[in-house]
Design a protein. Structure first.
Length: 321
């Protein structure tokens, strides 16, 4: 059976209801999330069994996070326990001229303090058909960065395809230059995903829009490069599109744009990554896989919460409308 593996930090998200300002409301709505967890959940709903590797504290928040993943049919066998706290992040949704605001509270978390030598990547990846992580993980500390580097080496040794979604978060890098850390991780990956700003900030790569994906593939030796674009059309309307470059064939596919009314901006990119991985794993031609992934990501942001529970059938039905 095809099995994927993702690696990163599970977070608890707290948001005010509706369009209220952060901490101006007497209520906060909670969701579990985190980029790599979001991909694992979306993959499981797309029919790809996925094990998620992380570290959770042995306290009620850690238990709740573990149970949330298990409810989504994500494999939790390789989740380590230890540390004292679960990372948090706060999201103020934004409205009209007021943009979305994110505040992180994840320093010293159980995941940030993990021991990279405690993870048995050879066992975890022994029969994996895909490994996925993001540029967020190495920003969180030396332990996570070393663990990810080891995972990538093991995945390549076992010939499991590797994807890296850059997911640039300036607040996590705190003025540090991410390029010396991210470039070795991205070099030789089978699939690199990012928008133009992330590619410039994390890899120092710039090019005209039509040539950016090709330039990244040439510089890093990647098999596929996906460049995403999210445009704000109005306060509640976004247009999603992407290109996918296939290095071996020298082909670049451009998706149809998808315009949607936004319910929750969080998780759209993670759903894109999961959908693209699922379709490529299933043998879908890359151009068709790209169209599916863009449709899935657009459909995700019409739903609240970090996790995408979309099925393949739901995305395909929406595409036919």
């Amino acid at each position: 059976m095809t099995r994927a593996v993702t690696f990163g930090e599970l977070l608890l998200r707290l948001s005010p209801p509706g369009d209220e300002r952060l901490l101006a409301s007497p209520q906060l709505v909670t969701y579990f999330g985190g980029a790599e967890a979001n991909v694992a959940v979306a993959l499981s709903h797309f029919g790809v069994p996925c094990d998620y590797v992380t570290r959770l504290p042995e306290n009620p928040l850690g238990e709740a996070g573990l149970e949330a993943l298990q409810r989504e049919a994500v494999g939790t066998r390789w989740i380590a326990r230890g540390g004292e706290r679960l990372g948090l992040y706060y999201v103020e949704p934004g409205a009209d001229l007021r943009t979305m605001r994110v505040v992180y509270d994840r320093s010293g978390s159980a995941f940030a303090q993990l021991d990279p030598d405690s993870i048995d990547w050879s066992a975890i990846l022994a029969d994996a058909a895909w490994f996925h992580s993001t540029g967020i993980t190495p920003a969180l500390g030396e332990g996570p960065a070393q663990a990810l580097a080891t995972a990538l080496l093991e995945a390549r040794a076992t010939r499991a395809p590797v994807s890296l979604d850059l997911n640039y978060r300036a607040a996590l890098w705190r003025g540090r230059d991410p390029r010396p850390i991210i470039e070795p991780l991205a070099r030789g990956a089978d699939l690199v995903i990012g928008n133009a700003a992330a590619l410039q900030a994390m890899l120092g790569i710039e090019a005209p829009d039509g040539r950016l994906a090709e330039r990244v593939a040439g510089d890093l030796g990647c098999r596929y490069v996906a460049v995403t674009q999210r445009e704000s059309i109005a306060a509640r309307t976004q247009r999603w599109s992407a290109v996918l470059y296939e290095a071996k064939e020298g082909r670049c596919a451009t998706s149809s744009p998808q315009e949607v009314s936004v319910v929750d901006r969080v998780g759209g990119g993670d759903c894109f990554a999961a959908a693209l991985i699922a379709r490529l794993l299933g043998g879908t031609p890359p151009a068709d896989a790209l169209e599916f992934a863009v449709a899935a990501s657009a459909l995700k942001i019409t739903q609240p919460g970090d996790f995408s529970r979309l099925s393949v059938a739901e995305v395909e039905e929406w595409r036919r409308r």
